[in-house]
Design a protein around this ligand. Structure first.
Ligand SMILES: [Fe+2]
Length: 287
C-alpha cells in the first residue's frame, strides 16, 4: 500500500525508495514467524483462495523454506508475467508506489512482524506483501490489472481523484472476492494473509457480498480498522482487467457530483449475493 508520507527516501534507500532485501540477515526467529503464518494460512486456504493464488504459491515455490529471497522468486515471476518484487522500508509515497506498479515492480515491506503480533499489523510487512500479493502477480490478467492500476494511479493523482481510485484497490487487490464454478473464492491480499478474515469474508453472515461494479465501488468508503462490511465479487480476473482498461476521466467527472454510498447500504442497482446482517459491525460499534 502507499500512503502520504515524507517525500524523501530514508538515507539507506535508493531514490526510488527501494532497498536491499538483505535476505542473509533475517534471523532464525524471523524465518520462524513466516513459517508459523505460512502453516496457518496454507491449511486454511485450499477451497477458499482462488486457483490463481494457489497456483502462484506453487509457481514461485513459496511453499518451502522461510522468508523468500526476492532474487530467487523474481526469476520465475519475471518469466511468467514480467513482474518483480522490490524491497522498500515500509509505506512509500503514492507517486513512488504507482510508478513501481506501472513498471511491473511490486514494492514489498522488507521487515516481518514480531512473534507476539501475528494478527496485528500497523504497516504491511513482508508476509502480507509477499504471501498476500505476489502469488496473484503470476496470473497474466491480474498482472496486467496491477500495472494498469499503477498507470491509473499516476493519472488519478494528477486529476485529484486518488480517493476514488484507492477504493478500487481496496475492494479488489486487498479485499476482493471472485465467483467461480466451485463457489466464492478469495483473491484479495488483505484476506488471504489474515487467518480471521479468510473465514469471515466467506462464511460470516454479517457482511454484504455484492457484484462488482467499478463506479459503485468507487463510491463506497471502506474501513481499515476491522473486517469489511461489504465485499465486492468479480466474475473473473479477465472481467476485472477489462473494467479497468477504459478511460476513467468521464467516470471521475460523474463521481465528482455523486454522493458516497454508506458502507453498509444496498442500492437498487446492486447485484446482491449476500444481504448481510451487519451484526458483527453493530456489535463492534456497541463496544
Ligand atoms: Fe496490501
Amino acid at each position: 500500500m502507499s500512503a502520504t508520507v515524507r517525500k524523501l527516501p530514508p538515507a539507506n534507500a535508493n531514490p526510488d525508495w527501494t532497498i536491499d532485501q538483505a535476505w542473509d540477515r533475517y534471523t532464525p526467529a524471523e524465518h520462524d514467524v513466516w513459517l508459523t503464518l505460512y502453516e496457518r494460512q496454507s491449511k486454511l486456504l485450499p477451497g477458499r483462495a482462488c486457483d490463481a493464488f494457489l497456483n502462484g504459491l506453487d509457481a514461485l515455490d513459496l511453499r518451502r523454506g522461510g522468508i523468500p529471497d526476492f532474487r530467487r522468486i523474481n526469476v520465475e515471476l519475471n518469466r511468467l508475467t514480467g513482474w518483480s518484487v522490490v524491497a522498500v522500508p515500509g509505506l512509500v509515497p503514492d507517486d513512488v508506489f504507482f510508478e513501481h506498479l506501472a513498471n511491473r515492480r511490486f514494492p514489498a515491506g522488507q521487515f516481518i512482524r514480531r512473534p507476539d503480533e501475528l494478527d496485528y499489523l500497523e504497516e504491511p510487512d513482508i508476509f502480507h506483501d509477499v504471501f498476500g500479493h505476489v502469488p496473484m502477480l503470476t496470473d497474466p490478467a491480474f498482472a496486467d490489472y496491477m500495472a494498469a492500476y499503477g498507470r491509473g494511479g499516476l493519472r488519478a493523482l494528477h486529476l485529484k481523484h486518488l480517493g476514488h481510485l484507492a477504493r478500487l484497490y481496496w475492494y479488489t487487490v486487498e479485499f476482493g472476492l471472485m465467483q467461480t464454478a466451485q463457489g466464492l473464492r478469495i483473491y484479495g491480499a488483505g484476506i488471504v494473509s489474515s487467518r480471521a478474515e479468510s473465514m469471515f469474508a466467506l462464511d460470516d453472515r454479517s457482511p454484504n457480498r455484492l457484484g462488482f461494479d467499478l463506479e459503485r465501488v468507487m463510491r463506497t468508503p471502506y474501513r481499515i480498522d476491522d473486517f469489511q462490511q461489504v465485499y465486492f465479487v468479480i466474475p473473473s480476473l479477465e472481467d476485472l482487467l477489462a473494467a479497468t482498461l477504459q478511460d476513467f476521466g468521464p467516470i471521475y467527472e460523474r463521481l465528482a457530483v455523486a454522493s458516497d454510498i454508506p458502507i453498509e447500504a444496498i442500492i437498487p442497482a446492486d447485484k446482491v449475493l449476500t444481504r448481510g446482517t451487519q451484526a458483527y459491525a453493530r456489535e463492534q460499534a456497541a463496544q
